[in-house]
Design a protein around this ligand. Structure first.
Ligand code: PLP
Length: 378
């Protein structure tokens, strides 16, 4: 059977390998940086150099095309390399819209890039479509960028509505879907043009690979430029990292379903705790965009949430310092639960509320996580 006939879970479980034709149940690691030509100068594996495309990228890209319902995918050396490949292919004079709540490192980069290369950047509260509508300029806006749920405050943005607004002015909609994972939201089905993941997070899921990926809904001139950009800038992955990523992907479904179920139960419990003023989790009815989340996310609301402490910044730092099962570290989407005081991590200019702790829910037993939080909150 070919991929079209298979459920994404089956493609994931097989790790994208072609065991029937190659005999390898898990794929070999193709370490070669250079690939031969036949006597007529024909390419034997479809490229002659690792920057063109290593065979080790193909299985990962194939799995993500299937998961996201796209037509083409490009694996990058990191999530930042993937996202910046899109922005880097805008032209001076273009206008872009980005959300106020988004991955801190990317916002910082886009603002600096825009200032230097004369790409005008509007920063708006993108979860309210009225703000997006007011920000776009027909013919001038070339890219609308959203992140949903958005780090670290987890606002949910309506992808279909954002796509309509972007397309209405001739722009492309790009979505950072890292926190939602391809299992809980399929932005391309909702009209987005390009979806991006930091594969460092849930896709790999074991906190041991840095990678990023883009998937496109359809071929386009922009997509062709991005492919050339990956090749020419050299923002590609090492073969062993690609192999590890494929290994992580095999268990994506069971990992994120469990993480999401634990997160929902913990979020409901955390909301009852007197020390906490607010729990930010898209799966709670108290979430401002709960109705959009219910419509747009299927199967779960993800493993990411943030809590805000009544005692302010000091209380947040105290709770973080007392946790033992939750590890104090940045990043997300691994098997281990992590806690992070985002304002500290982001430093000067951070827009993260000082009383906020971000939690990435792992695969530990929920009783241990709850007890850990219970002890830390008193
Ligand atoms: C981590 C992250 C990124 C950046 O990805 P890297 O793989 O660290 O380069 C971008 N967006 C989101 C939402 C992230 O969590």
């Amino acid at each position: 059977m070919n991929d079209d006939e298979l459920h994404p879970d089956t493609v994931l479980a097989h790790g994208g390998t072609q065991a029937a034709t190659t005999g390898h149940v898990t794929p070999p690691i193709a370490m070669s940086t250079t690939f031969g030509r036949d006597r007529d100068q024909g390419l034997i594996v479809g490229g002659d150099y690792i920057r063109d495309a290593s065979p080790s990228y193909k299985d990962v890209e194939r799995a993500l095309i299937k998961l996201e319902g796209g037509t083409s995918a490009l694996l990058f050396a990191s999530g930042m390399a993937a996202a910046t490949a899109i922005f880097s292919n805008l032209a001076p004079g273009d206008h872009v819209v980005i959300p106020s709540a988004m991955y801190w490192g990317l916002r910082k980069w886009v603002l600096a890039f825009g200032a230097r290369w004369n790409v005008e950047v509007s920063v708006v509260d993108a979860w309210d479509p009225a703000n997006l509508r007011a920000a776009v300029r027909p013919g001038k806006t070339k890219l609308v960028w959203i992140e949903t749920p958005a780090n670290p405050t987890w606002e949910v943005t309506d992808v279909a509505e954002s796509a309509a607004i972007a397309h209405g002015c001739g722009a492309v909609l790009g979505v950072d879907s890292t926190a939602a994972t391809p299992l809980f939201t399929r932005p391309l089905d909702l009209g987005a043009d390009i979806v991006m993941h930091s594969a460092t997070k849930y896709l790999n899921g074991h906190s041991d690979v840095l990678a990023g990926i883009l998937v496109t809904r359809q071929s386009s001139e922009l997509w062709d430029r991005i492919a050339v950009h990956r090749h020419d800038s050299g923002a590609v992955l090492g073969p062993f990292d690609a192999w590890l990523l494929l290994r992580g992907l095999r268990t994506l479904r069971v990992r994120v379903e469990r993480q999401s179920a634990t997160a929902l139960e913990l979020a409901r419990w955390l909301e009852q705790q007197p020390a906490i003023s607010r729990v930010r989790y898209p799966g709670l009815p108290s979430h401002p965009q709960y109705e959009i989340a219910r419509r747009q996310m299927s199967g779960g609301f993800g493993g990411m949430m943030s809590i805000q402490l009544r005692g302010g910044k000091e209380a947040a730092l105290r709770v973080a310092s007392r946790l033992e099962v939750f590890l104090r570290a940045t990043s997300l989407g691994g098997t281990e639960s992590l806690v992070e005081h985002r304002a500290t991590a982001e430093g000067q200019g951070s827009m993260a509320p000082p009383d906020l702790l971000r939690l990435s829910i792992g695969l530990e037993h929920i009783d241990d996580l709850r007890r850990d939080l219970e002890r830390a909150l008193v």
